[in-house]
Design a protein. Sequence first.
Length: 254
Amino acid sequence: MEIIDTHTHLYLPELASDLDGVLHRARKAGVHRCITLGIDVATSHRAVALAEQYDMIYAAVGIHPSESARATAADIEAIRELANHPRVVAIGEIGMDFYWQDVPPEPQYRIFEAMLNIAREADLPVVIHSRSAVREIEWFVQELGITHLKGQMHCFEAEELDARFFLELGMHISIAGNVTYKGFKYLPTVRAIPLDRLLLETDSPYLTPLPKRGQHNEPANIVYVAEKLASIKNISLDTLITHTTKNARELFGV
Ligand SMILES: [Zn+2]
């Protein structure tokens, strides 16, 4: 069983302080690849440094919407440079976030557009964060005239028709440990994602699945997410893992 955790932040202190232990437990749980994503220039550099150091880690670089108001033109150029690094497999995480309402829309639009351009120039997939912003992203993508986009809607929490919008665009979709929580409302969305577009992720150290909720999340816990998704989709765990691993390999080239 070979699992790919497509979304982690392994450079954060919760995980970096015991990274060898984290990776050892991941391998024991069947996770043999982790993609780790920057949220600004500094963390994108850290993601790349980890990917240089560990065979099982790959990097994504980008500026997260929450960091967009602080981001300068030089930061955009720094991400453009990093995108050419051989261990960088995606531009992320990028997107929009209107949950916290602490960053106004304009800088989010500016940075998201710049990151989409870098991904297109570098021919890399994108990893999109869409917290309380799914409809805005749909509108924005249409405004930009984008009719095809390869990448991942990460930690997707939206209606089935929103999933269909992104599937038609060509995107893959993943749902994190929140799928194991009692209040999770998007079962029809999970059922609507075809097996050839589904990815597995933990978003470590965030969104720890049941029964580990309350601790820092780590890639080894991906098994709980996979089990829950398999049960919702009424398929075996093996089938779910076979497909999601194949999808991640093909999308990110890992
Ligand atoms: Zn993330």
